[in-house]
Design a protein. Structure first.
Length: 248
């Protein structure tokens, strides 16, 4: 029987209860990893995802965690490593997204986005680092095409993701050679629970995309899986998963 690429390893996916985070968690489980997910308010979805992970034949754990809080992050890392005995892969997926005109952005809006999208990955990576160093592990941050191209009505979001891209590269240098650190930057991704106004934009984005469609959560998950199971020598990279949308 062929050994799965992540058999015997464990992974932590922040914000893994639903949407892209769920797809990533399931892809890691299908590759053989035991998977812990964090959630903040999605308790029901977290339980459903945990059951789906267990159905893939791996151990699974759902941990309530606010990535903005040092104490909460520390508790999540302790719970994960106590359950699995090790940590090999960290996926910093938890994020918030907001549309707002730049000229009327408040400082609280700005800070709220950065607290989750940039400070959160820093805190989780810092707390997980000793465990990842012990296993020659991997960190995969989930960035955004918005961190590479200016989105006028998402200035705080784009700025937070651009900062995460730079943080990825700084981590790659600081945590080497034990830990590889990379980033997956999705473009427009089709999601079942998008708002009606977002869904109306889908056809417009697909028409601008060279691959003639929008992305899927599974497209993002497979890119994460490449960094999780591929060459450890690959580090400091930002991989766009956008069907070429960023070329337009």
């Amino acid at each position: 029987m062929q050994t799965l690429p992540l058999s015997g390893k464990s992974a932590l996916v922040t914000g893994g209860a639903r949407r892209i985070g769920r797809a990533i968690a399931l892809a890691l489980a299908r590759a053989g990893a035991d998977v812990a997910i964090t959630h903040r308010t999605s308790r029901v979805e977290a339980q459903q995802t945990t059951e789906a992970l267990q159905s893939a034949g791996v151990r699974a754990l759902a941990v309530e965690c606010d990535v903005r809080s040092e104490a909460s992050v520390q508790q999540a890392i302790v719970a994960t490593t106590a359950t699995f005995g090790r940590l090999d892969v960290l996926v910093n997926n938890a994020a918030v997204f907001e549309t707002a005109p730049l000229e009327s952005l408040t400082t609280s809006q700005w800070d709220a986005v950065f607290e989750t999208n940039t400070r959160g990955p820093f805190l989780v990576a810092r707390e997980a680092l000793p465990h990842l160093r012990a296993t020659q592990g991997r960190i995969i941050n989930i960035g955004s095409l918005g961190g590479m191209h200016a989105w006028a009505t998402h200035a705080h979001y784009s700025s937070s993701k651009a900062a995460l891209h730079m943080l990825t590269q700084a981590m790659a240098k600081a945590f080497a050679p034990e830990v590889s650190v990379n980033c997956v930057a999705p473009g427009w991704i089709e999601l079942e629970d998008r708002r009606e106004d977002e869904s109306k934009s889908a056809a417009r984005f697909a028409a601008r995309t060279p691959m003639a469609r929008n992305g899927s959560a599974e497209d993002v998950a497979q890119a994460v899986l490449f960094f999780a199971a591929g060459p450890h020598f690959v580090t400091g990279q930002i991989l766009s998963v956008d069907g070429g949308l960023g070329l337009s």
